[in-house]
Design a protein around this ligand. Sequence first.
Ligand SMILES: C[S@@+](CC[C@H](N)C(=O)[O-])C[C@H]1O[C@@H](n2cnc3c(N)ncnc32)[C@H](O)[C@@H]1O
Length: 337
Amino acid sequence: MNLDSTRLERQKRHLFRLKQKGVIRKTIYVHEDCAPYLDRLKKHLISSESAPLLLNLTEKLERNKPVNVAQVKQLSPFRYPGGKTWLVPEIRQILRSLGKRPKIFIEPFAGGAIVGLTIAAENLADKIILAELDIGVAAVWKTILMNSERLCQRILTFPINMETVISELSKKYKDINELAFQTLLRNRTQHGGILAPGASLIKKGENGKGISSRWYPETLVRRIRIINILRQKIDFIEGDGFAIINKYFKKPNIFFYIDPPYTAGGKNSGKRLYAHNEINHKHLFDLMATVSGDFVMSYNDSKEVRELAGEHKFRIATIPMKNTHHEVMNELLIMKQ
Ligand SMILES: C[S@@+](CC[C@H](N)C(=O)[O-])C[C@H]1O[C@@H](n2cnc3c(N)ncnc32)[C@H](O)[C@@H]1O
């Protein structure tokens, strides 16, 4: 062995010993202006004791910039109007800050259920309960969680064009599988994913792809199969979200994520987007004031919502959020004190 190979061997052994201690080698690119700060951080980066502190710091930095919808991983087969993909990192952070793992995570107004699905996929609670009143949306969840393969084959083989979509959506469905398929097709071919009566079909779509511009069969099937794998963790209930909250409101170690249609203070967006949009918001706030578990409610930022939260001395966090039109707007997260 010559001197170079001896040195190389020694270096390999050194790296191996470091790896055993959890220190790994990473190559990163740093802007020259930031290099001095990285040098100062180096000793903390190899110490496992500094990890919680660094995590805390990066999360604080993350929270100060608007969440970009496009950057968060998607698990739901729906493109749900009012969907909360952007909220996933916040909910993760809130659960972590509680310092205890919820036994049951409940999403009583499930819609596209992206938050509940992420909690299931990341195993952040023992059980996830989703509830939804809309019969079509409910058919999708029930089918995916029970027997998803027929739905997957239907998605993969559907010859999509304007005529086939119109013909399929005008048919009276014969069973829950057909209703599930029609609901997903409607969700992915109508403007904004809107399922409420009156929504119209996409005509131009993205990149001139027209009616098929949001129909990605392989992606949908991949998501459906992942959710089906998680079925042991997820219970779906077709019914009223209020009844589910009432059923679990005194049980210990429950976490509720409440995302009702935005109709508080006469807001119309919820009315236009969902067939079921009649919500007694005052009753919902009163009910949440009585639950033993923890909760987060997401709402549009309005005077009425702030007043309802104030009445029960709930904590309000304002979240800047970039929507798909790249406008920054505020949403409210409402929690127990
Ligand atoms: C804002 S959306 C939920 C969106 C969901 N968080 C997501 O990320 O896709 C509200 C949902 O509540 C449903 N809904 C309305 N009233 C309900 C009720 N009383 N019980 C259960 N679900 C209800 C609507 O059909 C709609 O799907």
